[in-house]
Design a protein. Structure first.
Ligand SMILES: Cc1cc2nc3c(=O)[nH]c(=O)nc-3n(C[C@H](O)[C@H](O)[C@H](O)COP(=O)(O)OP(=O)(O)OC[C@H]3O[C@@H](n4cnc5c(N)ncnc54)[C@H](O)[C@@H]3O)c2cc1C
Length: 595
């Protein structure tokens, strides 16, 4: 068996969170050796596709207090308020740092950083680089990370398991795609930055790689997953492909209409269309710029009333940006135009864009504190795979990119300190675990030549069960049905056989390992969704339609006890903002000086 590949810190993931964490470790202690393991080339990470922008207070009309309040109320009070306060305070520093590293933030005519409105943010605070923000941010992070010689890049290596000895985490087992070699990559700390899990559902904006691997690895190692019942549907995906039309389209003034050309959102407690000459400009704070959970729920209600349009890919409504004019669309939303032309066959300068809700983001993830620490010493998580939690029951658009930076950096800094005093790993114990995992993968996938099941059918059945049972609206019965189907899919997965038994670039094997992860993540989502008998944010239980703070102002934790998933609970941290009603529109609960 090949030797262990030894480092001090192992980072799994080369997206915004992983790269920010890597830079943080290298800056804190240049003597540490850092492995950056990524199943795809880092610049292909899903971060690259983020369009709209990243939130941080920068303008004189804004304040930390406002950003904190928007985030907490947007989260339906399930966010930990200490984490939100810290996040909001560190956000402008992180985005400014990115500016210094070369990120080309779009500018106002006077040369200052421009901001745009975003859903649920009642004051404009979203920094952007046209509508290709993620691309520019990831480029900036990657080129900065390349400066540090202490980083070793494991591009196209797939982590399959955490190495744990006693009560500490010491690295990962990873498969090199090019050679098929399965090796141990060890360190005294591991930071999981593996992104989200939208692919658990059939219709998603998420890249094919977003399969919840890090969440599954943590769960299997006994670390709880927090708030997994909260799955964000973005209200404006292109029917058929699920490609995202960014919220920036509405931030710049786009409106949404139903089949009668009516701005239906005014019927759903999100404010009324205001006079366009009103200094509070209508689209900035009301209706189309309500939070994503409420907009997606409004779509379902319109559909039930028969007021949506019907197309080959199901029901849809229209997002109209024609009134912005060609010049502004080209300047501020060039990518929206490109996507609509290429994938919907329409030019939004002349025609409205067909859209429908699409799975976009998982609010839940690996349970961490504000330094990215988990209950397992040496294991950290940051970015979309983690749940700190600042997003609670509903994330506000543009908080996520900033979250990757703030908490990626904090996890990196903490891990750099931790490894200085953590005990050395016992190499022979770890080597044995690597051998066992390699043998498991060979036996279960590569050497198995027969079986009853195909990967694709099991995956599709799981995805459809999740959409049907754990979608925008759920009931006990619908989630129970999804759970039973997911359990059945897990059994059927054991009977899956692969056609490709080669070792080099065996992408079928990677798909199998990803599906194995998604099945675990789906299971956690179902258990959490069953246990939360209330409606809050993105979790709408039609059999329990109200928010129930008395019993459920708590984080759910799904944890494996003796191999069986159990749901436990953890208090939400409330500092200054007692639970209140979420208000949007003119009387939105915005601090009075901003009304
Ligand atoms: C289309 C789209 C648009 C978005 N727009 C915005 C926006 O405008 N503003 C905003 O704030 N948020 C936006 N988001 C959300 C935001 O982009 C993501 O939450 C964020 O970029 C996630 O970053 P990350 O570093 O956590 O993970 P990712 O960028 O997804 O990176 C995950 C990394 O983990 C690696 N990895 C995963 N599994 C393994 C494994 N088993 N082994 C090895 N490596 C592994 C991958 O190779 C990858 O490098 C958008 C999301 C989408 C899908």
């Amino acid at each position: 068996m090949a030797e262990l590949l030894k480092h001090d810190v192992v980072i799994v993931g080369g997206g915004a969170a992983g790269l920010r964490a890597a830079i943080a470790v290298a800056e804190r202690n240049p003597n540490l050796s850092v492995a950056v393991v990524s199943k795809i080339y880092p610049m292909r990470s899903h971060t690259v596709s983020a369009e709209g922008g990243a939130a941080a207070v920068i303008k004189a009309n804004d304040s930390f207090e406002h950003h904190i309040y928007d985030t907490i109320s947007g989260a339906d009070w399930l966010a930990d308020q200490d984490a939100v306060e810290l996040f909001v305070h560190e956000a402008p520093k992180e985005l400014t740092l990115l500016e210094h590293w070369g990120c080309p933030w779009s500018r106002d005519p006077d040369g200052t950083v421009a901001v745009r409105p975003f859903g649920g943010m009642k004051i404009e605070r979203t920094w952007f680089a046209a509508d290709k923000t993620g691309f520019h941010m990831l480029h900036t992070l990657y080129q900065t990370a390349l400066r540090y010689v202490e980083l070793t890049w494991y591009d196209e290596w797939f982590a399959t398991k955490l190495l744990v000895d006693g009560d500490r985490c010491y690295g990962v087992v990873a498969l090199e795609l090019r050679t098929g070699a399965i090796r141990g990559i060890t360190g005294k700390a591991v930071i999981l930055c593996t992104g989200g899990a939208g692919r658990v559902f059939p219709f998603t904006t998420n890249a094919i790689t977003k399969t919840g691997d890090g969440m599954a690895l943590a769960l299997r190692a006994g670390v709880p997953l927090k708030d997994m019942e909260f799955i964000q549907y973005h209200p404006t995906g292109l029917p058929g492909t699920g490609i995202l039309i960014t919220e920036a389209a509405r931030g710049e003034g786009g409106i949404m209409v139903n089949k009668d050309g009516y701005r239906y959102l005014q019927d759903y407690g999100l404010g009324k269309p205001l006079d366009v000459n009103d200094p509070r400009h209508p689209v900035k704070r009301t209706m189309e710029l309500g939070p994503r959970d409420k907009l997606s729920q409004a779509f379902v209600m319109e559909m039930r009333k028969g007021r949506t349009l019907k197309g080959p890919y199901g029901d849809y409504v229209l997002l109209d940006i024609r009134h912005l004019g060609e010049k502004k669309i080209n300047e501020k939303l060039p990518f929206v135009r490109e996507l609509a032309r290429n994938y919907a066959g329409i030019d939004p300068v002349y025609e409205p864009i067909p859209v429908r809700p699409v799975v976009h983001y998982v609010m839940g993830g690996v349970d961490t504190d504000v330094d990215g620490r988990t209950v397992l010493d040496g294991l950290y998580a940051a970015g979309e795979c983690a749940c700190v939690s600042i997003n609670g029951a509903n994330r506000l658009g543009s908080n996520s990119l900033t979250e990757c930076l703030v908490f990626g950096a904090r996890a990196g800094h903490h891990a750099a300190e931790y490894v200085a005093s953590a005990p050395d790993p016992n190499d022979s114990v770890l080597q044995k675990q690597v051998e066992e995992e390699a043998a498991r993968i060979r036996k279960q996938f590569l050497e198995k030549t027969e079986g009853k099941e195909r990967l694709v059918t099991v995956r599709k059945d799981m995805q459809n069960a999740m959409e049907d049972g754990v979608g925008i609206y759920r009931t006990e019965q619908s989630v129970q049905q999804a759970l039973e189907k997911v359990l059945e899919c897990r059994e059927r997965f054991k009977e899956v056989y692969l056609d490709d038994h080669t070792v080099s670039f065996n992408t079928e094997l990677i798909s199998a390992l990803e599906l194995e992860c998604m099945l675990d993540v789906a299971l956690a989502m179902c258990h959490a969704a069953l246990a939360r008998r209330e409606s809050r944010g993105a979790h709408q239980r039609e059999d329990h339609p109200n928010r129930d703070d008395e019993n459920f102002l708590k984080h759910s934790l799904v944890v494996l006890r003796d191999g069986q998933p159990k749901v436990e609970w953890k208090d939400v941290v409330i500092t200054k903002w007692p639970p209140g009603e979420r208000k949007y529109g003119a009387d939105s609960g915005l601090p009075t000086d901003q009304k």
